[in-house]
Design a protein around this ligand. Structure first.
Ligand SMILES: NC(=O)c1ccc[n+]([C@@H]2O[C@H](COP(=O)([O-])OP(=O)(O)OC[C@H]3O[C@@H](n4cnc5c(N)ncnc54)[C@H](OP(=O)(O)O)[C@@H]3O)[C@@H](O)[C@H]2O)c1
Length: 255
């Protein structure tokens, strides 16, 4: 594989498992240096050892702003900079709207919205602080979900709502930076069902995504996100069939 991302320094949250783990492997294979962030020291350490000197494990709880800021500082201290920050860590829920508690909603906002907000603000502050004459440069990548656009899975209710909020923050920031900092690209990633342990880790438990029909292999999703980084895309669905599914959902509402 060509080292098409050689020289890039990339932070990936939720790197200990699933999409973040597969993405980190793909990015290192493309020549990037990757800071691996998650809570599980053991899993991160094993992955960093497998990937070698281009990877570094930083134990981080992304729901804590201080942890996120410390992770940026550690990455800059070790690798000298951050070019791309990927907000991938997240958590699902398996409860219908009529079953949701206040705590459920708070958990979804904390795990899927505030976590990414801390990442966006922390990385953007770095892009601004390290700006040259042409202004801030960098890329922010937020991993959302197709359910944020078309919430066809009612049991994911507050999860889909939290990802819709993440989309809105992502798009607001993109509009803001289009004029204020055009060298910073803001990317939204929209996966469908991916074969990871996401379902098992959801608040309220299963079903297991890995056994769901049509679950996309995690390696395929990693390639789509790595391509979005390489080509600085603004929005990507992780499978070519998804935009038509979302368009069909909205067309159905209008019919
Ligand atoms: N799988 C799907 O079907 C699917 C579909 C659409 C979108 N997505 C989105 O894709 C992203 C990755 O999901 P996945 O499928 O890879 O899920 P996963 O297999 O459950 O992995 C989640 C990752 O996030 C980390 N994480 C969770 N909470 C964290 C916290 N507070 N601080 C730091 N790290 C945390 C976990 O590591 P630790 O436990 O070690 O902290 C783990 O590395 C999520 O944003 C998810 O919403 C997934």
């Amino acid at each position: 594989m060509s080292e098409s991302l050689a020289g890039k320094i990339i932070v990936v949250t939720g790197a200990s498992a699933g999409i973040g783990r597969a993405l980190s492997i793909e990015l290192v294979a493309r020549g990037a240096k990757v800071a691996l962030l998650a809570r599980s020291a053991e899993k991160l350490g094993a992955l960093a050892a497998e990937l070698g000197p281009r990877a570094m494990a930083i134990v981080t709880d992304v729901t804590r702003r201080d942890d996120v800021e410390a992770a940026l500082a550690q990455t800059v201290a070790a690798f000298g900079n951050v070019d791309v920050w990927v907000n991938n860590a997240g958590r699902g829920i398996s409860r219908n709207v009529d079953e949701l508690t206040d705590d459920d909603l708070d958990a979804m906002v904390r795990d899927n919205v505030k976590s990414a907000l801390y990442g966006m603000q922390t990385a953007l502050a770095h892009f601004r602080a390290s700006a040259g004459e042409s202004g801030p440069k960098g890329q922010l990548v937020n991993v959302s979900s197709m359910l944020s656009r078309a919430p066809f899975a009612p049991f994911r209710s507050a999860y889909s709502a939290s990802k819709a909020a993440l989309n809105s923050l992502t798009e607001s920031l993109r509009f803001q930076l289009a004029e204020a900092a055009p060298g910073v690209v803001v990317t939204l990633v929209l996966p469908g069902v991916v074969a990871t342990e996401f379902g098992n880790n959801a608040l309220g438990g299963g079903p297991d995504n890995r056994t769901m029909p049509g679950a996309q292999p995690v390696g395929e999703v990693a390639v789509v996100i790595a391509d979005a980084i390489e080509h600085r895309k603004r929005e990507v669905y992780t499978h070519p069939s998804y935009p038509a599914r979302v368009d069909g959902y909205f067309a159905g509402l209008r019919s």
